[in-house]
Write a protein that binds this ligand. Structure first.
Ligand SMILES: *Cc1c(COP(=O)(O)O)cnc(C)c1O
Length: 360
């Protein structure tokens, strides 16, 4: 079949150019006679890789000097615990629960301190982003937590909550590098890279210096202290070397292709093609309130389970794969991350039209 258009929510598509570079460098990285997978994380070659990856990331995102960028293991889930362990100085934080991942983070935080549910969209199966202009936030909260793009339910914050001066913490796993952001608005943000950046096995954390504490309770494991990794530039122990290398190639690809502004335009164009058709379709409907629809993950249904299954099956035969929706939403989900070409979305929409015509 060759390469497919992979609409998986994650691990997800990577830019073909990046994969080809990795392929070309696989056996002999830049004359070292070895693969990045085989080299010491203390070698000069790897030191150059991680330093360049961080520098390129800072350029791409516009990370101010008073923020650290950390490349960590343990994915998104570990951050659900690491955030409260490190940031809950006064044992209290506010959580806005807009989906499965926000809920898991909220529950995890409750193990370390008081996690206050500030708002939730659970009443309507997380199909919208609640009004966050005047939440019951109190100054004794150490942070306010959001999941900025809800991978499963397909909602996205287009305006950050009013946190009333309390530091904002965001899980950006599934909108990572999809559009420009203003880093100063966050105390910390993190993302597992396997959604929109690189191969599974690495999370990137961006944290403001003053939130890195060395007065943590004894029980906090060495590896789960931001300070441990910040002091050693993510090289305290063996980092996820291969993941960092591929992320670095993706950063170079993004920089070469106009950075995050150009990426946002491309992602908006793709989402428009998809949602414009969805809005006029008589067979398919979106599950999310219009103004909250994610540019990255688009869930949709026909209303008939058997027809949904038929659609997913037939789409796969056309090289449009991983369109099955999450079990909690059902139907289909099209994830359109940075590496998904416009042509992939055009082909999906063309197939949907064809399918609709056949099933009127
Ligand atoms: C996938 C995902 C996670 C979980 O990531 P893991 O790396 O599998 O732990 C957390 N948050 C969001 C928004 C996600 O999409």
């Amino acid at each position: 079949m060759g390469r497919v258009y992979n609409f998986s929510a994650g691990p997800a598509m990577l830019p073909e150019e990046v994969l080809k570079t990795a392929q070309a460098e696989l056996l002999d990285y830049h004359g070292t006679g070895m693969s990045v997978m085989e080299m010491s994380h203390r070698s000069k070659a790897f030191d150059d890789i991680i330093k360049k990856a961080e520098a390129d990331f800072r350029t791409l995102v516009g990370v101010p000097d008073n923020y650290k960028v950390l490349f960590l293991q343990g994915g998104g889930w570990t951050q659900f615990a690491e955030v409260p362990m490190n940031l809950m100085k006064h044992h209290k934080a506010g959580y806005i629960v807009t989906g499965n991942w926000a809920k898991k983070a909220y529950e995890e935080a409750g193990k370390y301190g008081e996690a206050v549910k500030l708002a939730s969209s659970e009443d309507k199966n997380y199909t919208y982003i609640p009004d966050c202009s005047d939440l019951p936030i109190t100054p004794d909260m150490d942070y306010v937590y959001i999941c900025e793009n809800n991978t499963i339910y397909g909602t996205e914050y287009f305006k950050l909550p009013n946190t009333k001066g309390v530091d904002l913490v965001a899980d950006v796993s599934s909108c990572f590098l999809s559009r420009p952001i203003d880093v100063k608005k966050y105390g910390l943000f993190f993302g597992g890279v396997q959604k929109n950046v690189g191969p599974a096995g690495c999370a990137i954390v961006v944290i403001r210096d003053d939130l890195i504490r060395d007065d943590l309770p004894d029980y906090v494991p060495t590896m789960l202290r931001y300070k441990t990794q910040a002091d050693k530039d993510s090289l305290f122990n063996t980092p996820p070397c291969w993941q960092i290398y591929i992320c670095g190639l993706v950063f170079q690809w993004l920089l070469k292709n106009g950075g995050l502004t150009a990426m946002a335009q491309k992602n908006e164009a793709k989402a428009k093609i998809f949602y414009d058709y969805l809005d006029e379709s008589k067979l398919f409907t979106g599950t999310v309130r219009k103004q909250d629809r994610s540019l990255m993950n688009a869930p949709f249904v026909t209303g008939d389970k058997d027809l949904d299954a038929e659609f997913v099956r037939e789409a796969a035969e056309q090289g449009l794969v991983s369109l099955k929706g999450h079990r909690t939403v059902g139907g289909m989900r099209a994830s359109m991350y940075n590496a998904m070409p416009v042509e992939g979305v055009e082909k999906l929409v063309a197939f949907m039209k064809e399918f609709e015509a056949k099933h009127q």
